[in-house]
Design a protein around this ligand. Structure first.
Ligand SMILES: NC(=O)c1ccc[n+]([C@@H]2O[C@H](COP(=O)([O-])OP(=O)(O)OC[C@H]3O[C@@H](n4cnc5c(N)ncnc54)[C@H](OP(=O)(O)O)[C@@H]3O)[C@@H](O)[C@H]2O)c1
Length: 295
């Protein structure tokens, strides 16, 4: 078997969007996760992973597998290291030896106290928790392969798994049920919907981009702005919401709060502007309403 793309973590929020996007572009693609995927294995088993990669012989491997739960990472640093970092050294080495493309999806969880500043790929990072630490090590291990592509991002979308709702699914559910919600006005991100992200990533791969790239919305917004625009677009009331500060929230994990990314390096190579907040909200609303029509 020889395929164009192998998606590690194909059943996750981003993995599902990548699978759909690549299939729509007529690529041969195989998805991998521990369950409900084309191939079901645990990628932390090195021997099984390498045996599987040799059998599939992909041209491009996109690694979306991660532990994204900040509290879990804090309580389980060893496991976080294995998932978020160590696996990437196995994959980066394999891809270098086979001369194929390796893509590591990283995070934006690296910057603090800069409000809506757009951080470039060279900005100094603040590794304030285990998630940030292990993802950053994952970046460094990936970049030991000079042809690897490492993407920093903030992605939003739907996972369609009621056990682990995404941020957007959690927000829509709370708005639908008119639950009380505090909208942080001091937590900033460049959130990009996973389908816009997937299309742009495919172009970067076709252009054989390598090294570190920010791929996110071209506009930085705070959570109050993001949720208010989403609610307005979907016709939900904001009566039970109030504006507050993330600094005053009771979180057991130290969090960065200025996650804005400067996407000019990616835009230059893509040769188009990445979506603004209003585009991202429109895309999320369209996916939500289309799915609602079907179900
Ligand atoms: N979500 C965000 O807000 C966000 C923001 C910025 C960056 N990112 C980054 O974007 C990437 C994708 O995030 P996501 O939210 O799409 O993740 P996700 O929904 O949690 O998906 C993770 C995927 O990995 C699979 N998986 C987990 N452990 C595995 C293992 N040991 N072996 C094989 N498969 C495994 C999961 O399926 P099974 O559990 O069935 O194995 C699932 O398909 C991550 O690298 C994350 O760090 C996410």
């Amino acid at each position: 078997m020889a395929v164009d793309f192998l998606i590690l973590g194909s059943t996750g929020m981003l993995g599902q969007a990548l699978m759909n996007t690549l299939k729509a572009e007529n690529h041969s693609v195989i998805g991998l996760a521990r369950k409900n995927a084309d191939i079901c294995i645990d990628i932390t088993d090195d021997a099984l992973l390498l045996q599987t990669l040799k059998a599939i012989a992909p041209q491009v491997i996109i690694n979306t597998v991660a532990i994204v739960n900040l509290s879990f990472c804090e309580q389980n640093p060893d496991q976080s290291y294995v998932y978020n970092a160590r696996v990437s050294s196995v994959l980066a080495n394999y891809c270098a030896s086979e001369s194929i493309k390796y893509v590591y999806i990283s995070t934006d969880h690296y910057f603090s106290k800069n409000k809506n500043f757009k951080h470039s790929e060279n900005a100094q990072v603040n590794l304030c928790n285990e998630y940030a630490r292990t993802k950053y090590i994952g970046e460094q291990l990936s970049l030991t392969n000079p042809n690897a592509l490492v993407i920093r991002t903030n992605i939003v979308g739907f996972r369609y798994n009621p056990d682990t709702p995404t941020f957007v699914e959690w927000v829509i559910n709370a708005l639908e049920k008119q639950e009380k919600m505090i909208l942080f006005d001091d937590f900033y991100t460049s959130s990009l919907d996973v389908y816009s992200f997937s299309k742009a990533l495919c172009i970067l791969i076709k252009k054989d981009a390598s090294g570190l790239y920010n791929l996110a919305s071209s506009e930085v917004s705070n959570k109050n702005q993001f949720i208010s625009k989403l609610a307005q677009k979907l016709g939900f009331s904001l009566n039970n919401t109030s504006i507050g500060s993330m600094e005053q929230s009771l979180s057991e994990v130290q969090r960065n709060n200025s996650l804005g990314l400067d996407v000019s390096k990616a835009e230059k190579l893509l040769n188009f502007n990445l979506p603004k907040l209003s585009d991202v909200i429109n895309n999320l609303a369209t996916e939500y309403l289309n799915r609602k029509k079907i179900s």
